[in-house]
Ligand binder design. Sequence first.
Ligand code: G16
Length: 542
Amino acid sequence: MIRTISTTPFDDQRPGTSGLRKKVPTFAQPHYAENFIQSVFDSLDGFQGKTLVIGGDGRYFNRTVIQTAIKMAAANGFGKVMVGQGGILSTPAASNMIRKYEAFGGIILSASHNPGGPNEDFGIKYNAGNGGPAPERITDAIFERSKLIDRYRICDADDVPLDKIGTFMVESMEVEVFDPVADYAALMEELFDFDAIRTLIAGGFRIAFDAMSAVTGPYAKEIIENRLGAAEGSVRNFVPLEDFGGHHPDPNLVHAKVLYDDVMRPDGPDFGAASDGDGDRNMIVGKQIFVTPSDSLAILAANAHLAPAYKGGLAGIARSMPTSQAADKVASKLGIGAYETPTGWKFFGNLLDAGKATLCGEESFGTGSNHVREKDGLWAVLLWLNILAARGESVYEVVTSHWAEFGRTYYSRHDYEAIETDAANSLMSELRNKLATLPGTKFEDLTVAKADDFAYHDPVDGSVSKHQGVRILFENGSRVVFRLSGTGTSGATLRVYLEHYEPDASKHEQDTQGTLSGLIAYAEHIAGIAERTGRDAPTVIT
Ligand code: G16
């Protein structure tokens, strides 16, 4: 039976960088998730009788909200729901399912790299029919609707047996529970030279992949161990857990430190990689070297032609504004387009759909291509493996030869997490107020060339997104960028992005933080971070 339930609005349902992310107790309030899901449906047109893909990263509350979303989809008139077995579906696999089965859209339940558990984080995101995160036009409409909502529609029906592959009915709507790995693994086999990677591995090349007890476990186990022949145990922490084993499923030098240390041991594996809660991020390490996400994008772009999917070359490369400019140098050498977008994968969708960009990447451990409309952790790992197999070189050799050819961009991000929201906002607004006076000013050996608050003019649909981060560019090509995170759930997180370009190969093996020390001092000088936030050091340095 379909019921219409009266409700009242919540005032905090504005989607952030990637959907709505809140603590579980917030989502568990009566009507909270329902209000948001109904606001999504109310902001869409034309889905009657169409298919909706639903899945999540397996975190705590995933199954509860999946059942709710299925019953609401049936009550709102969708013709079919496709849901991953066990409620599991990585974000890139969800994007692939939407595209492959021409679904109307998808609901992805994830708070990505944020921790999970009864008092940790949860999230709901809507992806459109191109498989990508809803553009701002839709997320703005969802927020507006959430402020007015007074009813939602839901079926009184039994829960769907999510662990059983098969087809079920909820009212007159079909629900297909499918194997979340099969279609994704088939897509990866189409894109990459699995024979070459298998030969590399059979020759003794050792891989360590840390799935961080999150959603990529089943995908990595099937692809890296079963299909590519890596030894059992190469994929670790492969069972998705509701609380990620109590860890932060964030693949970086802080949260994937055990893996990093293992690869750095003299007898450790040749290649290390990790992914995040919902499988869209990646971290790459080789013996003696950690590859920054910004460098990874540039190196993948320069070598992508070695993989079957990209052998015809790239149309263009897109990066988010705070991502280092290393990829721009590759685009310039290849004579292809270089695009600079605001933070948030949703901004790449138009460029990919219009065929302007083939590869996209972000400093926040995200890389992807036009094969789906999300960043894709395992895809990045497989492209790296394909490149290593084709070149017959180590990660270290590939990275250092890239620097020798293009110059090295030293890069780091300093995060100040969970600071007071008011302090963070006033720090940013004072910076904005100073911008006009900065060009021409000097600090030690740095001279400011340009300072602005980044605004993006989408070249495809003409939309404009303002206030996307404060950029200070120096005459020597260095940059400092300040912005507030749009994915945190406690207070505010200030991100400071630091970048210095070094063309001289004899200076390519320096310590990153030491090399950036002048820029770090400048950031403190111009923003007064310690005084305003009460923090004398960043929470996380990546
Ligand atoms: C999301 C977005 C990314 C963004 C990242 C960090 O990633 O999809 O585009 O770079 O958040 O955003 P912020 O700096 O605002 O915290 P994910 O992996 O969390 O979905």
